[in-house]
Design a protein around this ligand. Structure first.
Ligand SMILES: [Zn+2]
Length: 478
């Protein structure tokens, strides 16, 4: 992705710089030159050829960062709305995930990548664990390179052990061809550590070390990964500041201590943890261990890929936990620990830090890449008044209010419309993926997959009599 040469100046917005002091500047301009933030302040002088964008009534903030999203699964958007992890594992790991051809991974990635930039998520980690063959991997990268966002490929393959795919000559060849000197924003290796005492994952960690690639791993997932995996990683020296622990929701203090001591970060996917059952969103634990947090949306098979949802649900879940625990002790929470400002930090700087990109993205400060989001919607009653800027982003604004998005100074969305994106083409590719899956599986299996059985609800015994209206006597019957 190359920056456009034309400078851009946003005029008269409420600027959340997300610099170290979280400086907020009302009525300020943001000047972008050569793809980078040149200046932020009031009444800036801009070059004559600058594109002027009126930000009055809006909020300017850094592009958001999603540190864990299975973009390929966007091809089946919303299909798993009523799933738990049980249906998810059966569907993607054992059954239908195998049916994804390279063009299906491409289709999902393309639509998911477009969805991200549309929502102001300018950097996304594609946690791509459907790469069954090098052709699948090429198809995934082709899609990411076709969209003007920042994408980090986290390479994975759930159909093999990481000690198999990571050590294969095909994987090394792919890395040479597409990653070394490629156009992606970064590269990670994505695999889980089962806790097998033989620690077969060692071979994959060694490859990651050799390639200088960060490892991202689903850790602390109820019924799947636990403290044993963390302990094995730690004892074998494979935990470091670049390691991203996804969910980390069902771990003991010992594991959190190991993560904190080795400088790792946790990617919290609150909406996922709440519905799918990995464990309670762990922010309330992470603050006690001083572990840095980033946010993520996991997969559009359940939830749309926008970080407004992540911020809102994360703040709510943290407070919900705090109140619940206090009430169980007959106590009252009078002051919440977690603040909206902190959650905005997690959605921007937190993600940048997790990816080792904190000096280049995540804030609107001179010299950084110009990944800029303008939240502005003059037709919406919800965009006025803006009194608490960070709180407004978290609890009031939503993806439909994303007016303009810049990635590296390039305008990818303007006036609420994507720029230079062929959405219809992406939709057509996804439609043919759906046709392929439905045909291969058959309608019956397709319908069953979407509609898991509902367990019976036990109606509790009630000592009170129901009150009933007697039409004959026109009186309540007791
Ligand atoms: Zn995941």
């Amino acid at each position: 992705m190359s920056a456009t040469d034309r400078p851009v100046v946003f005029r008269n917005g409420l600027v959340l710089t997300m610099d170290d002091a979280h400086t907020v500047l009302p009525g300020a301009d943001v000047l972008v030159v050569g793809g980078r933030i040149a200046e932020v302040g009031v009444g800036l002088t801009a070059p004559d050829d600058a594109l002027e964008i009126d930000a009055a009534g809006g909020i300017l903030m850094p592009g958001m960062v999603d540190t864990h999203r299975h973009l390929w699964q966007t091809a089946m958007r919303g299909y798993g709305a009523d799933w738990t992890l049980t249906q998810y594992f059966v569907w993607y790991y054992l059954e239908s995930g195998k049916l994804f051809r390279p063009e299906d991974v491409h289709a999902g990635n393309l639509l998911g990548a477009i969805e991200a930039i549309d929502a102001g998520v300018t950097t996304t980690v594609d946690w791509s664990h459907g790469l069954q063959t090098p052709d699948h991997a090429d198809a995934a990268v082709d899609a990411l390179e076709a969209v003007d966002g920042r994408f980090v490929l986290a390479y994975g393959n759930i159909q093999q052990g990481p000690w198999e795919w990571a050590t294969s000559p095909e994987f090394r060849d792919f890395h040479r061809r597409r990653i070394d000197g490629g156009r992606l924003a970064g590269f990670q290796m994505a695999f889980d550590v089962t806790g097998d005492p033989a620690f077969p994952e060692r071979a994959a960690f060694e490859v990651a070390r050799e390639l200088d690639a960060a490892v991202t791993t689903h850790a602390g997932v109820w019924g799947a990964t636990n403290d044993d995996g963390i302990r094995l990683m730690h004892e074998n020296g494979f935990m470091n500041p670049s390691t991203v622990y996804v969910h980390a929701a069902t771990l003991t203090h010992d594991s959190y201590n190991r993560i904190a001591a080795t400088g790792g970060t946790v990617s919290v996917s609150t909406e996922s943890e709440q519905s799918a059952g990995q464990g309670y969103p762990p922010t309330w634990q992470l603050r006690h261990h001083d572990i840095p947090v980033s946010l993520s949306m996991d997969t559009s098979v359940w939830w749309s890929g926008d970080l407004f949802s992540a911020m809102r649900s994360t703040l709510g879940a943290d407070r919900s936990r705090e109140h619940l625990e206090a009430h169980a002790k007959q106590e009252t929470i009078t002051h919440c620990h977690l603040r909206a400002e902190q959650v905005v930090e997690w959605a921007t700087r937190g993600g940048a830090r997790a990816l080792g990109m904190d000096s280049t993205i995540g804030a609107l400060t001179p010299g950084r890449q110009a990944d800029v989001v303008l939240i502005k919607n003059d037709a919406s009653p919800v965009m006025f008044p803006i009194l608490n800027p960070h709180g407004h982003v978290v609890f009031q604004a939503q993806r439909g209010d994303v007016h303009t998005v810049l990635v590296g100074g390039r305008v990818v969305k303007r006036d609420g419309r994507l720029v230079g994106v062929d959405l219809a083409a992406a939709q057509a590719k996804v439609a043919s993926t759906i046709d392929h899956l439905r045909e291969t599986m058959g309608e019956e299996a397709w319908r069953r997959g979407m509609n898991p059985d509902i367990p019976e609800t036990a109606i509790l015994e009630n000592p009170y009599q129901y009150t009933e209206w007697d039409a004959g006597s026109a009186q309540w019957k007791h």
